[in-house]
Write a protein that binds this ligand. Structure first.
Ligand SMILES: [Cu+2]
Length: 267
């Protein structure tokens, strides 16, 4: 009896401990953010736990998906196609899109997903997400403030980072910096397999302890943060609950701002 109780208690603690160690990340993935020239690219859009390639949550039809190029917005909602994304644990509803990059410059892809209902917390999460793809090294829009309800405005080109460089950003809500914003940082640790709509089984790196799976950092009083990228690949930054909307369908809403950046090794 006592043994059973202990076992249950241990399981309970393990379950409780397992909750905060991985963070949700809305992801817009494409293999290469710095291209030599234009042409068609493929984007995979899924809502997951990137470090562990863990539980992938069902996405519903996004509220908005567009690209900003040379200051002009192009609506891409019609290009979204439903897919199923497979994590190491499960499969979830996701989307893909293909887009033809034209000329030289920056393309800032922006997604406002539908709020996701998190049953465990009886609340909603909406992660407004950006990723920048550049062609030919010609800078145009990477540092633009898009005017999203909440966003991370980059201070460094998100596609021109060596491994070891710092990435800096400003967390904004309704155009104003968010002092001391809390930001989760996670590494896309399992390669997304474009033709299989699934994560690769093998991880790139191992975390010594849970605080390394999702790193939590803080912005300064001006809403600015700095992070040195220790490994080649894609890194997600998520400012938590920084958006102006705090309620959806009568329940609490966390409106978060996400940006993905790509680091490259010097070779
Ligand atoms: Cu989650």
């Amino acid at each position: 009896m006592k043994k059973l109780f202990t076992c249950t208690a241990v399981l309970g603690v393990l379950f409780w401990m397992s909750l905060p160690v991985q963070a949700h990340f809305q992801t817009i993935y494409t293999p290469e953010s710095a291209l030599e020239r234009g042409g068609a690219i493929e984007l995979k859009i899924f809502f997951t736990h990137p470090f562990k390639a863990g539980h992938t949550m069902d996405m519903h039809k996004p509220e908005e998906f567009f690209v900003l190029r040379k200051g002009r917005k192009t609506d891409l909602m019609d290009s979204l196609k439903p897919i199923t994304w497979t994590s190491l644990d499960n499969s979830g509803k996701a989307y893909e899109a293909s887009y033809r990059l034209r000329g030289m410059g920056d393309n800032v892809f922006c997604l406002t997903p539908a709020p996701y209902y998190e049953g465990e917390e009886d609340s909603y999460i909406q992660q407004i997400t950006k990723v920048v793809v550049n062609t030919a090294g010609f800078p145009t829009d990477w540092d633009s403030e898009i005017g999203l309800p909440t966003e991370i405005v980059p201070l460094d080109k998100p596609y021109a980072l060596w491994t070891g460089n710092v990435f800096r950003g400003v967390v904004k809500s309704d155009g104003k910096p968010v002092p001391h914003a809390e930001i989760e940082v996670e590494y896309l640790n399992h390669e997304p397999l474009m033709d299989q709509n699934a994560f690769a089984q093998e991880a790139e790196v191992e975390a010594p302890q849970d605080a390394f799976v999702t790193q939590t950092i803080k912005a300064n009083v001006n809403g600015e943060f700095t992070y040195a990228l220790p490994e080649e690949g894609w890194w997600g930054f998520c400012a938590l609950g920084t958006g102006p909307d705090t309620e959806y369908k009568g329940k609490a809403l966390s409106q978060d701002a996400v940006i993905w950046v790509q680091a490259r090794d010097m070779e």
